[in-house]
Design a protein around this ligand. Structure first.
Ligand code: GLV
Length: 308
């Protein structure tokens, strides 16, 4: 029985060594050297190969190397194929770290100070205490909950929004469309960590920005397609938003002439908030492989109707 790996080749070598050492019964193959496709029961991938069903006829489980699974077109996958998202603790850790960094970067106006340094200009701005800066986490799944809980420890009042009601100690939780207005009106800093689905595509748009308090900050660590990029520029121009940190863009990388490259109100990073680490992800994957072999439910299995 074989597993085909199709993601970053450098990390592939680590995965290979881990399989050889701890699960020698599962043959590890690295794309594009897939050998006999009829032997491949598992695919571990960031981007799926084209014509996945045609090229891997015996596939049982598609394991994403990522927490998000929007890169897969579920309508093209056979109904019998299970899809499992990556629950590597290193992803949660990375997301907490990045969200904290981005929140503090905006809160402490580090972008303004970096510009002032370039201009040779020494000037302090009033500091609003964390207790007066309300954070709103849009998406209270596993990652959103971890981020929200962590940010409370800095003294920020934190609320969160999800489709269905959550109970997270220390966090004011809102649920459903009818609660979105209240949630947005109390978010001086909005952190998007939603999954990308038909319902959430383009959710960060003018209509939403208008419901935030004047001068709010935006952090997008969900997916680039959550954001209508021209609407962000407009909101910044009008002072509706004061700044943004984006780790994800609609096109990665954005084209050379994209206005965000030159916009000092926006900090852009190349989709690096979190990265799956073979060392911590391997035990999670192996546990799921063994569960599948025993006919038990796997952890992180995606509800294909819901899309996450
Ligand atoms: C990265 O974007 C992930 O979904 O893990």
């Amino acid at each position: 029985m074989a597993l085909l790996y199709k993601a970053d080749p450098e990390r592939g070598r680590h995965w290979q060594a881990l399989f050889a050492r701890h699960a020698p019964d599962i043959e590890f193959r690295q794309w594009p050297d897939m050998g006999n496709p009829a032997e491949i029961r598992y695919l571990l991938a960031w981007q799926p190969p084209e014509n996945l069903t045609g090229c891997l006829p015996a596939l049982d489980v598609l394991f994403a190397t990522s927490a998000g699974v929007d890169q897969f077109d579920f309508s093209e996958l056979p109904d019998t194929l299970s899809v499992v998202r990556m629950l590597d603790p290193a992803i949660e850790h990375g997301m907490i770290e990045y969200a904290t960094f981005a929140t503090l970067w905006l809160h402490r106006r580090i972008g303004d100070y970096a510009r002032q340094q370039r201009e040779g200009h020494w000037q302090a701005h009033m500091l609003r205490p964390a207790s007066e800066k309300r954070i709103g986490v849009l998406g209270l799944g596993q990652l959103g909950t971890a981020i929200a809980t962590h940010l409370v420890s800095y003294g920020f009042p934190v609320s969160g929004w999800a489709r269905t009601m959550r109970d997270v100690p220390g966090i004011t939780c809102h649920a459903g469309q009818e609660a979105l207005d209240d949630f947005l009106a109390s978010s001086d800093m909005l952190i998007c960590v939603l999954p990308l689905t038909g319902d959430t595509r383009g959710i960060l748009n003018t209509a939403l920005f208008e419901r935030l308090p004047e001068g709010a900050g935006l952090i997008n660590i969900g997916r680039g397609e959550h954001l209508i990029e021209a609407d962000l520029t407009r909101a910044l121009d009008e002072g509706r938003l004061s700044g943004a940190v984006l780790d994800v863009l609609r096109n990665e990388p954005p084209p050379r002439d994209h206005p965000f490259w030159r916009d000092e109100r926006i900090l852009m990073t190349p989709h690096i908030a979190a990265m799956t680490q073979p060392e911590t992800a391997f035990p999670v994957l192996l546990d799921n492989l063994r569960r599948h072999q025993r006919g038990e439910p796997m952890i992180g299995q995606v509800d294909r109707q819901r899309g996450y």
